[in-house]
Design a protein around this ligand. Sequence first.
Ligand code: CAO
Length: 443
Amino acid sequence: MSTLKEIHVPDIGNHDRVPVIEVLIKPGDHIDKDDALVTLESDKATMEIPAPFSGTVKEVALKVGDEVSTGALIARVLSDEGTADHDGVIQKEKASLPASATESSQPVPKATVMPDKPSNELTIKRPPLDAGLPMPVAELPYASPAVRAFARELGVDIAQVEGSGRGGRIQRIDISGHVKQALASASHSVAGGGSLAGQSAALLPWPRIDFSRFGAIEEKPLGRIQKISGANLARNWAMIPHVTQHEDADITELESFRKCLAAENKDLKITPLVFQMKAVVAALKAYPSFNASLDQSGEKLILKKYFHIGIAVDTSDGLVVPVIRDVDRKGLLELARELTEVSTRAREKKLNPADMSGGCFSISSLGGIGGSAFTPIVNAPEVAILGVSRAITKPLWNGKEFVPRLMLPLSLSYDHRVIDGALAARFAVFVARQLADIRRLLL
Ligand code: CAO
C-alpha cells in the first residue's frame, strides 16, 4: 500500500522568501524520483527542486509567485514505494539537495548546461542578468533552468519557442530546433530570389535589456527619416553579401584644377565630389554591370542606359539620398550648382520622394569630415556604392624618390551576388585613374 507523504523545500541556505517561478507538477501527475517539482529563483540563482521519491501527486501546495523558505510544503504525494500507512499519519520528507548544490555567484560553465531530462542534480544558475527585461512570473515559459540557460547561450527568446514536452514544457531539443529553423529560413531568404520579393530574414530577436538597472538613462525616439533609412539599411545589410574594395586616387592635379575652377566661380561651391560623380559615370559606362539592378526573381540583371547618381546627404534628421539625374550629360559647374541646391533642400526637409528615386549608383562622401576608409552599405536595388574619405598628402615613390601627393581614399562596396572581386578591383582602379588624370573624363 502507498503512503501519502509531504515534500518540503530542502535547506536552501540563507535564503528566505524565495519566489517560486515555476510549478512543474499538478494533482494526478505521476512523478519519478528526481523529477523537477518547482523552480525557485532568488536574486542570485535559479534552483530546481527534484522529487525525493516516485509517486502520484495528490495535492500541490505552491503556486507561481509564492515565496518560500526552507521547510515550506511543496506537495503531498502518494509514494509508490512507501511503507503501509497503518495509522493514517502523513510522513514528511524533504526534497534532497546534492552536496555540491550550494549557491554560487559564478557564471555556470557551459559543461553544466544539461539536457532537459530527469536529473539527480540540482541545477543552480545565475539569473538572466543581461537577457532582458524581467518577465512577469505568470508569463514565464515552461522550461527548466538548464533549458533557459541553453536558450540564453544561443540568444533565443524562450517565449518564441513551442515546447514539445509534457504539458508544453520546453526542452533543449525545442531550442535547438528553433535555432535550426531560424538559420534555415534566414539562409533561404538571403540566398533565394525570394529575398528580393520582400521576405525578411528570420533573425534572432533583439535582446531586451532594462538599461536603467545599470545606471541613469534617457529615452530619445528615433526620427522619421532615421526609422525609414534604418529599416532600409538593415535589410540591405542583411540581404546583400557585401564586400568593400579600397583604392587610393592621386588627386594632386585634380585639386589644383578644382581650386582654379573654384576661384573663377566664386558663386558656386565646387568640391571634389562633382569630379567623383563624373569619374563614376565613366566607370559605369566601362563596367555596365555596376549600372544595374537584380530583378525581383534574383535571376536576371536589369542594365540601365541612364546615369542617375544618388548622393548621401547628412541632415539633422538623418541620412537621405537625393538623386542627380543624367550626370553624363551635365558639366562640372552645372553639377556643382545642382549638388548645392539638392543638399540645401535635403537639409531644409524639402525633398520629395521623386527627388530620391531612380538612382543607379550612390556616392557617400565623408571627405568634408574626415576618416581614412569606411564600409558604405549598398543602397538596394543598386549593386554598388562608392564611399569617399578625406584626401591627405602622402609620400609616394615615383621610381626615384618619394614625392608628396594628395591621395583620396575610395571605398567601393558591392553586391557580391552580382559583382566579382576582380571586377570590383578593376572598377575602383578605373575610378582612381579618372581622378588622377581628369583629361580621361573627356574620352
Ligand atoms: N577630401 C578632402 N576635403 C574634402 C573632401 C575630401 N574627400 N570632400 C570634401 N572636402 C572639402 C570640401 O572641398 C569642402 O572644403 P572647402 O569649403 O574648403 O572647399 C569641405 O570639405 C566641406 O565639403 P562638404 O562636405 O560641405 O561638401 P561635399 O560636396 O564634399 O559634400 C554632401 C556634400 C552633401 C555630400 C556632404 O555635405 C554630406 O552630407 N556628406 C555626408 C554624407 C554621409 O553622411 N555619408 C554617410 C552615409 S553612411 O554610409
